[in-house]
Design a protein around this ligand. Sequence first.
Ligand code: COA
Length: 155
Amino acid sequence: MFKISLITADNDSFQYVKDIRTAVFVGEQGIDSNLEFDRFDKVAAPALFALLEDEGAAAATARLVLTEKGYKLGRVAVLKAFRGMGYGDAVVRTLLEKALSLGAEEVFVDAQNHAVPFYEKIGFKIVGGEITDRGLNHIQMSIRKGDVKTNCHCS
Ligand code: COA
């Protein structure tokens, strides 16, 4: 049984979001922690975080921010022990739904190359070239309101 909470950076549980991202992006992928945590992770920033807990254990997270381009998803991370269980899918869909409910017509994500098929399963399409973010190559993708595919792992 899992539950997903939507929180902001001033919530006590934000520490769990930081712990997951530190384990996955800093520990596993070697990203500099000064780059991993940016202005959107500050209390004053208008960002929303999905935190998925499995039987009370923090397991997955993702972030939704509003940029000059529009709503953007990112920092999608599932702890290694919890991968392949639909949790990545669930946190992305939760924030996608939130963005659409806030009026977004299109939601963007910069996907690491290996994660492109993961986002394509949800309905994201490649819309731009390769960019470098935090030292890693990413592909620009987006999804439009009517293009979200079913196959939801949400409960
Ligand atoms: N390539 C192809 N398909 C993939 C995939 C990959 N790398 N990762 C997941 N999928 C597929 C699954 O098979 C599943 O398909 P199904 O619905 O047909 O069963 C679907 O995508 C959902 O998978 P899910 O179990 O929700 O994925 P996950 O919980 O393991 O999370 C990541 C996927 C990428 C978020 C996770 O591997 C992770 O945290 N990786 C390290 C951090 C990272 O790279 N984040 C992405 C930054 S852009």
